[in-house]
Structure formats: C-alpha cells, structure tokens
Design a protein around this ligand. Structure first.
Ligand code: AMP
Ligand code: ZN
Ligand code: ZN
Length: 397
C-alpha cells in the first residue's frame, strides 16, 4: 500500500476529470465612492497601480451634479442624470410633490418610480440571459423595469469589506450554470473619510490603502480559483476641502420660509415655496461673489442638466471650496465635499480597467462612456443613450 500510494496520487493528478474547467471571464464593476482621480498617484495603492500598469487608466469626468446616486446611475445606464432620472441624491418630482427622494429614505429610494426612466446594465444583461450579481450599487436593490439581479443585497455599510469580497469569491465558486458573469462591488470608506477629514487627511489615505488591499484580495482569490476577470474600477466623483470660512448663507439673500432647499452644499437646488415667487428669483439670480445661480432652463449647455422636471427651479453652484447653506448646517462645515461643477479638476474620478482589451492612458472621459464599454465586455447590446462610445472606440478592432 505504501508503495502504491505515490502511484495513486500521480494518477489522480493526471486524471482528466480533475482537470481545470475552462472558466469564462467574469466582468466586475467596482466603485470606490469618492476616489478622486489623483489619489492613485499617492503611492499607496499597489493593487490599483499594478492593474493600471497592465491595463488601462485615466480619469472619469462625473456628470453634474457630482453626487453619488446620479453618477452611479450614469455609469450603469450611459445616461446623464437629466436623462436617467436620478437628478440628485435629493430630489422632488412634481408628480409627487409631497415627498422627497433622498438616499437615506428607503421608502422613496427603493421605489422603482424614481429609477424607471433608464435601464441599468444588470437589467439589460438579465434580459439577455447574462447572469448578474450585485454586491451593492445604488439602484441594485430596486426592481427597475420589474427586474432585480438574481443575487443582490440590501445596502448596509456595516457589511465588512473582506465579507463583500468573499461574497463575490463564493459566487464565483458556484457551478457554471448559476455563476454570475457580471458583478458589481461598492466601497464607501474613501468617500466617508473624505467628508469627515478632508481629501488630504491621513484618514483618507488609510481608507484608500484598505480598499486597495481588499481589491488585491479579490484579484488573488480569483487567480487562485483560475477565474479570469475583466475589472473596471471606477469612482463616482472626487472630493474637495471645505471649511467654515467659505460659507454662503441663503438666509442673507432671501427669507428662508420663501424657499424649499431640496439640496444644499457645493450646489443648491431651490424651489420657491409658493410655486412662483419673483422675489426668490430676483434675490437668487443676481450675481454673487462665490456662487452662480441659474433658472434650470438657463443652465450652461455643457452641464446637460435642467430638462428633467425633477431638477429644481433654481440651481446654484458654489465656487470651488465654498458651501451654500439654508440655515444652520446639519453637520460642521469642515473636511471635504463634492457636488461642484463637473469641470472642477478635483471632482475627477478614478478609472482603471484590467484584463480587458483596453490598454494605456485613456485621458479624461465622461463617466457615461463606461456603460458602452461595460456592455461590450459582457457581450450585451447597449441601449442607445447619451454616451458617444468614446471608450469603446479605443478598443482594438
Ligand atoms: P454622498 O452623500 O453623495 O457622499 O453619498 C455617499 C453615501 O451614499 C455613502 O456614504 C453611502 O453610505 C451611501 N450609499 C451608497 N450606496 C447606497 C445604497 N445603495 N443605498 C443607500 N445609501 C447608499
Ligand atoms: Zn459618492
Ligand atoms: Zn460623498
């Protein structure tokens, strides 16, 4: 027995039944919320640096407003907020005047009413027979066009990052017929630290390093099971330092009961409380030192914003680093914020692609261009929308 054991082991090793199954590549779309494009140059992201060097890298210009929900939806639909219907983290629809969508209010944020104006990649993929699984993504918990990914989880920031990565690795260990071919993954820590401590803080660097390490675990875990992967690592917007010395109080311009401030901060979305009220327009539309206000119909064309009825009547954009407030701040004006003009270089967001045919420096591209690339990678026809195809045109023919 002792003598035949090595022989048996040898036989097993050579046995074709044990041979590695040839796995189809999985496409994983990873969002690191608030990862400003230049964070990648800090020398603290060995994983992202390696992926970028082997694949492609650049910067995503976010869509206006440079907030989380509008931009996550832009990335997975190829449509800017005006067209995709998620016009803000906070918004009011004239068809539902009594309620406000906000990302912290599940009663509204999980209602398909808000999301149905566009179709995210996972819904189209599902219809085309491409199995999808979402490890968080704004909108993935909602039955958009009546479809949810076959595997999805209710967003919970307490789910640890190792657990998120292990969930994906477990999905990939499944038998081929129930294994996802398109997966999303989301991390919030870089954004949270950016808000609390500012983009240049040690806390942001620690969050960047932590997320980079977890993406490293994902890459290693996939390699260990022989699972080829196409990774798109993106962010929704950047981050800019703010402080209490740069505050614009709307109360200095108009009595607050005359307005409904749907959104405040780097940009403000304002409705006259009385529906129409010339005093509000007169007070806000005049020139200001550190803020520019426009009727939604008169916003600069380059913002591609204002046609959707969910955009408030007046949109004010603060100068870089300034904060627009309607009354005492909900939290201290310190640390960092985003929501500024999408031409602000500090709003630029991460873009790295690895394991895909895309190679080299792609420069600055509009974030809606990720969608056609993503659809090409998963082999599903994209729904025509706002994207021009600027990224897919860079693919080798
Ligand atoms: P923002 O206020 O634009 O910085 O939004 C970032 C916050 O959005 C993060 O801190 C997350 O907690 C939150 N968030 C991200 N994804 C979701 C989701 N699917 N549902 C609810 N909140 C989310
Ligand atoms: Zn964000
Ligand atoms: Zn944020």
């Amino acid at each position: 027995m002792i003598r035949i054991l090595p022989l048996l082991l040898l036989l097993f090793a050579a046995c074709p039944a044990q041979a590695q199954e040839v796995r189809k590549p999985v496409t994983i779309l990873i969002s690191i919320d608030g990862f400003r494009a230049d964070y990648r140059e800090r020398g603290i992201t060995p994983t992202l640096s390696k992926l970028a060097a082997e694949g492609a890298h650049g910067a995503l210009r976010p869509s206006f407003p440079t907030k989380t929900f509008p931009n996550h939806y832009a990335i997975v639909t190829g449509n800017r907020p005006d067209t995709n219907g998620i016009t803000g983290n906070n918004m009011i629809d004239p068809r539902r005047p009594a309620v406000k969508f906000s990302l912290g209010d599940p009663k509204q944020s999980l209602d398909p009413f808000w999301w149905d104006e566009a179709e995210p990649a996972w819904v189209t993929a599902n219809k085309a027979g491409v199995r999808t699984a979402t490890m968080f993504w704004p909108g993935s918990e909602v039955a958009i066009h009546e479809i949810r990914p076959p595997d999805w989880l209710r967003y919970d920031e307490n789910v640890g990052y190792a657990q998120r990565v292990n969930t994906i690795l477990d999905w990939m260990r499944r038998p081929a017929d129930i294994r996802p071919a398109f997966v999303t993954l989301y991390f919030e820590a870089v954004d949270s630290a950016g808000h609390e401590f500012g983009p240049d803080s040690a806390e942001v660097n620690a969050a960047i390093a932590e997320v980079d390490a977890r993406i490293g675990d994902l890459v290693a875990g996939l390699a260990a099971m022989g699972q080829p992967a196409q990774l798109l690592v993106v962010a929704d917007h950047g981050m800019r330092a703010i402080d209490e010395s740069r505050v614009i109080q709307l109360a200095d311009l108009i009595d607050l009961p005359s307005i409904i401030a749907v959104e405040t901060g780097p940009y403000a979305a304002i409705e006259p409380a009385a529906g129409t009220d010339n005093r509000v327009y007169d007070a806000l539309l005049k020139p200001h030192d550190h803020m520019t206000c426009n009727r939604r119909e008169e916003l600069p064309e380059r913002l591609h914003y204002g046609k959707n009825p969910r955009v408030a009547a007046i949109i004010c954009i603060a100068a870089p680093g300034w904060s627009i407030l309607a009354g005492p701040p909900q939290w201290p004006v310190k640390g960092g914020a985003h929501g500024y003009d999408n031409q602000d270089p500090q709003m630029l967001a991460l873009f790295v692609a690895s394991g895909t045919p895309l190679k080299g420096d792609v420069g600055i591209v509009d974030n809606i261009e990720v969608y056609p690339l993503l659809m090409r990678l998963i082999g599903v026809a994209p729904i025509p929308g706002d994207a021009s195809g600027a990224l897919v045109k860079r693919l080798p023919r």
